[in-house]
Design a protein around this ligand. Structure first.
Ligand code: GRF
Length: 207
């Protein structure tokens, strides 16, 4: 039986599209059961709808405060009974209502713990690093601070700007995301402090 995955996005959704493509193979082990977003009219949501994947929108501005939005988001996610939530270009911080109820991973376009936050590629360039990359990690209460599952390095090239560097990061990011979600789905996982290991068979036991 495939693991049920809910993907959260805020924009283009190229990582989501890569997951949807991988999930067409029944051997992949994960099924994208819904795509959620915090804003209407994103390209990624249109792509998901066109592919017949159920979508939901929980607009941040429709709620009186962050905690009410977080609770609504958690409830909408729960309707799809996910084994795993994947934040793939979701640009809001998920709070305790989501984190406490769902197992969730996030991709971040830098080698954490360097350059957390919303401008990771810009910040890495400004700092002058020669190597940056991408990280997939479990979500915790902090910002880009949860246990790391995998990382891939991407060299910075002379003449790179934010857009050229981010595009090269996204190429390796999509591969890493597909590989990692597939492994989590097929093998399960355990988390011991900051260390994540593959190899639990019943994902429900991880909760
Ligand atoms: C990715 O680089 C992700 O790491 C970051 O936002 C980008 C999303 O790209 N958080 P896309 O929407 O999947 O194309």
């Amino acid at each position: 039986m495939s693991a049920r995955v809910v993907v959260l996005i805020s924009g283009t959704g190229s990582n989501m599209a890569a997951l949807m493509e991988a999930a067409k193979d029944p051997g992949y082990g994960a099924e994208i059961v819904a795509v959620g977003t915090d804003r209407e009219g994103t390209r990624g949501v249109e792509v998901a709808r066109a592919a017949g994947v159920p979508t939901f929108v929980v607009p941040f501005r429709s709620f009186s405060d962050r905690s009410a939005w977080d609770t609504a988001m958690s409830d909408r996610i729960a309707e799809h009974e996910p084994d795993l939530v994947v934040s793939a270009g979701f640009m809001r911080i998920l709070g305790p209502a989501v984190i406490g109820r769902h197992q969730a991973v996030n991709i971040h376009p830098a080698l954490l713990p360097s350059f957390p936050g919303a401008h990771a590629v810009r910040d890495a360039l400004a700092h002058g690093v020669r190597i940056t990359g991408t990280t997939i990690h479990f979500l915790d209460e902090g910002v880009d601070s949860g246990p790391i599952i995998d990382q891939v390095a991407v060299p910075v090239e002379d003449g790179d700007d934010e857009s050229s560097l981010h595009e090269r990061i996204k190429v390796v990011e999509r591969r890493m995301l597909v590989d990692t979600v597939g492994r989590l789905a097929r093998e399960g996982w355990s988390i011991d402090g900051r260390h994540v290991r593959f190899g639990r068979t019943d994902m429900k036991e991880n909760r």
